[in-house]
Design a protein around this ligand. Structure first.
Ligand SMILES: O=C(O)CC1=CCC(=O)O1
Length: 258
């Protein structure tokens, strides 16, 4: 399949180093709002995109593969006129980041891989979720999604933010969400991680029920030469949203070192 033209927003100085942000399954580019102002204030050009099938990006019929999502980002870099960028991705966005680091190393100055996995099974779970979404819509999986994204304590303190995120998932087109489930179901990057040459920071949420630090983040950090692992307390799967200050501090520190 050929690349689609993603919906994106870029903020910050036009001549600043470009940092591209890719989000989780079920999200749109608003999930990165907490990171924008701090990075812009440090002189970065922040480009956020909606993954294909999500937000205001096109929804081509499935199946999608991870290479399609990667090709979409390479087309976005061409559109931005950016030869080489930093890529920050969370979950599905991190999987796309790994694909870019493996297959387009010349375009990637550094990687930040948040709350993600190089192989996320079982495949039957993704097939079942895709079936549910195609039959009943994304609203049917939105509540369960928020319960993986946020810790119960955060939800209790911020019910309005939990509702904002629930509505975000419920607004994703069913075919886009389901086709991305298929891409995750078939993804296996573990053996390819040693090919990544970009300086890489892996960030995990200590309380992430979907991509736990030990089962998912550590194998990535051990597979990518020179990668560093940080585990953030009090964060579930959408760690950059729940613990924005600590995730942003770690991201900025990594960007400014590379
Ligand atoms: O929704 C989930 O189960 C968590 C998740 C896995 C990949 C992704 O982007 O989100």
């Amino acid at each position: 399949m050929s690349a689609v033209k993603l919906h994106w927003v870029a903020e910050g100085p036009e001549d600043g180093p470009v940092v591209v942000f890719g989000g989780s399954l079920g999200s749109d580019l608003r999930m990165w709002e907490p990171q924008v102002a701090p990075l812009v204030a440090r002189g970065f050009r922040v480009a956020r995109y909606d993954t294909r099938g999500h937000g205001a990006s096109p929804v081509p019929p499935g199946p999608y593969e991870l290479e399609d999502l990667g090709a979409d980002v390479l087309a976005l870099l061409d559109e931005l006129g950016a030869e080489r960028v930093h890529h920050v991705g969370l979950s599905l966005g991190g999987m796309t980041g790994m694909w870019l680091g493996i297959h387009a190393p010349d375009r990637i100055a550094s990687l930040v891989l948040c709350c993600t996995s190089a192989k996320l099974g079982p495949p039957s779970m993704w097939a079942e979720r895709a079936r549910t979404v195609r039959a009943e819509g994304t609203a049917a999986v939105a509540e369960a999604g928020v319960s993986r994204w946020l810790t119960p304590a955060y939800r209790e303190r911020h019910p309005e933010r939990a509702e904002f995120l629930r509505a975000m998932i419920a607004a994703v087109p069913a075919e886009g969400y389901a086709a991305c489930c298929g891409a995750i179901e078939r993804m296996d990057l573990l053996e390819l991680l040693p090919k990544v040459t970009a300086p890489t920071l892996v960030i995990a949420g200590a309380d992430d029920p979907a991509t736990s630090p030990e089962e998912h983040a550590r194998p990535i950090a051990e597979g990518i030469p020179g990668a560093r692992l940080e585990v953030v307390p009090g964060a579930a799967h959408l760690g950059s949203y729940e613990q924005p200050a600590e995730f942003t501090r770690l991201i900025l520190d990594h960007l400014e070192r590379t």
